[in-house]
Design a protein around this ligand. Structure first.
Ligand SMILES: [Zn+2]
Length: 373
């Protein structure tokens, strides 16, 4: 087994194991099967009897390993052994439907008109389908056959991304040892039990390694996974690995369009308050605008309540009224009792300059009251 070609196959087997997070022996078997042997042992037996893999066999093995996302140049130095073929943003067509496919922090996202499919980086997490509610009736992604094909396309890209991570990380980060010990990808920490700092779940070394360091319970990423529990007294409960059906059945959600303006009370109040500040001239009026009560009734009528001492009773908030009109809202105005943000409400009515007001206010409190910090 000293032959150059066999050595090359062994190295390719290692790379394949790394990229697919397979056990080394399994990877060698897969490679041997690719070359027509029943398993690796059969291949080495054949070599003992004088068989040698040809240049074509090695090329075929290289292609097989490259497809898994691993680097195949066996002469490259170890530190250079990272992924070569990082997938870029692409466009495509499937069953005459146009789609765009790209990566988003390890997730693969495929999108078309009014739909989006996401394959999470965590292998234990099911694909997520989001359909814009405007297209919910006739969306092609509701067709299980189209969705199935699309998932295949996305899974293929996802496998390449995971292969890149597996190649970049230490071997024990994606495949726990027989003792269940996994190595944290970013530091030299090894453990067989890990803890999620976000949800307190307890994870085995194999679980975190297989799930690319995402929590199986809450899905958080590796920065929130630790070998030490957040609280020694409450180390959390072990989590079940989801079964194949749970992992494969896509989660379909009907969602509202990303660009949706909700004219709820909060949004309306923000716009009206912004306009009141535009209407305000003195310090008091600005304080009045900031402290005004703004509420929306039945989505049709906006009530603006201004402080009697901060906002002059006869002053029309013209900008606020104009905003309400644009929003198609009726306006009701009322006055409330003085809410006393500061003593001596007259001080703020006399100036437009907040610094000047603050100075006068401080002086008055120093002379007649107390200032605490
Ligand atoms: Zn968690």
């Amino acid at each position: 087994m000293t032959d150059h070609q066999i050595k090359k196959l062994k190295t390719l087997g290692k790379r394949y194991a790394r990229a697919t997070t397979m056990a080394h022996t399994e990877a060698l078997n897969a490679l041997a099967m690719e070359l027509g042997c029943a398993h690796w042992k059969a291949l080495t037996d054949a070599v003992k009897e004088g068989w040698q893999p040809s240049e074509d066999d090695v090329a075929q093995a290289e292609e097989f390993v490259r497809q898994a996302g691993a680097k195949t140049d066996v002469n490259a130095s170890h530190c250079d052994a990272s992924y070569i073929d990082y997938p870029a943003f692409e466009e495509g067509e499937l069953c005459s439907h146009h789609y765009r496919i790209g990566d988003y922090f390890g997730d693969v996202v495929v999108s078309g008109k009014g739909w989006e499919l996401r394959i999470p980086e965590a292998p234990f997490k099911a694909p997520i389908v989001e359909i814009d509610e405007r297209y919910a009736e006739a969306s092609p992604i509701k067709d299980p056959s189209f969705l199935g094909k699309l998932i295949e396309v996305a899974q293929e890209r996802s496998a390449r991304i995971r292969a890149k991570m597996a190649v970049d990380w230490p071997r024990r980060s994606t495949k726990a040892g027989l003792d269940g010990v996994a190595r944290y990808p970013l530091r030299r920490v090894k453990a067989s039990i890990w803890y999620c700092l976000s949800c307190d779940a307890q994870l085995t070394g194999s679980q975190v390694a297989e799930n690319y360091w995402h929590c199986l319970s809450c899905g958080t990423h590796l920065l929130n996974i630790s070998a030490e529990p957040f609280d020694d007294q409450l180390p959390g409960k072990p989590v079940q690995t989801p079964d194949t059906t749970q992992r494969e059945r896509p989660e379909v959600r009907i969602v509202e369009p990303k660009l949706t303006l909700h004219l709820y009370e909060e949004t309306v109040a923000t716009l009206i308050r912004c306009a009141l500040l535009e209407d305000a001239t003195s310090v008091n009026e600005r304080l009045g605008a900031m402290r005004a009560g703004i509420s929306l009734l039945d989505g049709k009528e906006v009530w603006i309540t201004l402080d009697e001492m901060l906002w002059p009773e006869d002053k029309e908030p013209t900008s606020a009224l104009a905003v309400a009109k644009k929003l198609g809202l009726e306006v009701e105005q009322e006055l409330s009792l003085f809410s006393e943000p500061f003593a001596w409400p007259d001080l703020g009515a006399m100036t437009q300059d907040t610094a000047e007001f603050a100075e006068t206010l401080l002086k008055a409190y120093e002379e007649r009251g107390v200032i605490k910090r």
